[in-house]
Design a protein around this ligand. Structure first.
Ligand SMILES: C[S@@+](CC[C@H](N)C(=O)[O-])C[C@H]1O[C@@H](n2cnc3c(N)ncnc32)[C@H](O)[C@@H]1O
Length: 231
C-alpha cells in the first residue's frame, strides 16, 4: 500500500531526527530503497541540495525534483559495492519477503563511513483502532498475504544486527502515532478493496462503520533511527 500524505506528514519529525543522527547534510551519494512516489527522496534532495536516487520495484507516474528513479528489487540491488554514503528506508521493510536480505544488500552498497537511515517502520500488529472497525486487522492481513511482515517495526533492531549493522533506534514518543483524519482511513479501505484484499461487501461494511464513528483514532508505534556498519 502507498504511503499517504498523512503518513508522510506524521513521520516528518522522525525523519528529521534520523537525518540528524545520520549526518545527512554531509552525505553525497544517497539512495532511498522502496521510494514509491518519491516524496521522501525529494525531501532528501531538497535538504542536501544533491541528486538522490530512488529505487522501487515499480516506477512512479511522475517526476520529482532532484530525484533519479530506477527500477529494481531490494533483494538484489543493481549497484556496485560501496556506491552510496547513505541508504534510506521509509515504510518499506514490512512489505518485503526477506527484510534481512534487503538490509544486507543495503550494507553492501554502503561506503565504509556510510549510514543506514531507518526513517520510519511501523508495527502494524500493535496498531489500535478506536473504534475498532477491523481496518487495522485487514491491513495486517494484507501485508501478510503480500508476503510481508506487519510487525516489522518490532523486529527492525534484530534484523539490522543480523545484517551487519549496529542499530541506534527509537520508537515514537509515547510509543504511538495518532491519526485523526477520517479521510485517511477511508483511503486505506479503498486501497485494500482496489488491490483485492477486501471484498466489496467487507469494504462497504467498513466504510459504513467509518462514517458512523463520531471520532476516529489510530494508534501505531513507529521505529526510526540509524544503523552503523558493524563489519
Ligand atoms: C508503503 S510504500 C513506501 C514508499 C515510500 N518509501 C514512502 O514512504 O513514501 C512501499 C514501497 O515499497 C516498494 N517495494 C515493495 N517491495 C519491493 C521490493 N522488493 N523492492 C523494491 N521496492 C519494493 C513498493 O513498490 C512501494 O512503493
Amino acid at each position: 500500500m502507498a504511503t499517504t500524505r498523512f503518513q508522510f506528514e506524521r513521520t516528518k519529525a522522525l525523519r528529521l531526527a534520523a537525518y540528524r543522527m545520520g549526518r545527512l547534510s554531509s552525505r553525497r551519494r544517497i539512495l532511498e530503497i522502496g521510494s514509491g512516489d518519491g516524496a521522501v527522496a525529494e525531501e532528501i534532495a531538497a535538504r542536501t541540495g544533491r541528486r538522490t536516487w530512488g529505487l522501487d520495484i515499480a516506477l512512479p507516474r511522475s517526476r520529482r525534483e532532484g530525484v533519479a528513479f530506477t527500477r529494481g528489487d531490494a533483494a538484489a540491488l543493481p549497484f556496485k559495492d560501496g556506491s552510496f554514503d547513505a541508504v534510506a528506508f521509509h515504510f518499506v521493510l514490512l512489505w518485503l519477503r526477506d527484510p534481512p536480505r534487503a538490509l544486507r544488500e543495503a550494507r553492501r552498497l554502503l561506503s565504509s563511513e556510510g549510514v543506514l537511515l531507518l526513517l520510519a517502520e511501523p508495527d502494524m500488529t500493535a496498531r489500535r483502532d478506536e473504534p475498532d472497525t477491523r481496518l487495522g486487522a485487514a491491513i495486517c492481513d494484507a501485508v501478510k498475504r503480500a508476503g510481508g511482515h506487519p510487525d516489522a517495526g518490532s523486529r527492525t533492531a534484530k534484523w539490522l544486527e543480523e545484517s551487519g549493522f549496529r542499530p541506534e533506534l527509537s520508537r515514537t514518543i509515547n510509543d504511538w502515532v495518532t491519526i485523526e483524519e477520517r479521510e485517511e482511513t477511508l483511503l486505506e479501505v479503498e486501497e485494500l478493496l482496489e488491490k483485492g484484499y477486501l471484498s466489496q461487501e467487507e469494504a462497504s461494511h467498513m466504510i459504513e462503520r467509518e462514517h458512523s464513528a463520531p471520532e476516529r483514532k489510530v494508534l501505531m508505534p513507529i521505529t526510526f533511527g540509524v544503523g552503523w556498519p558493524s563489519y
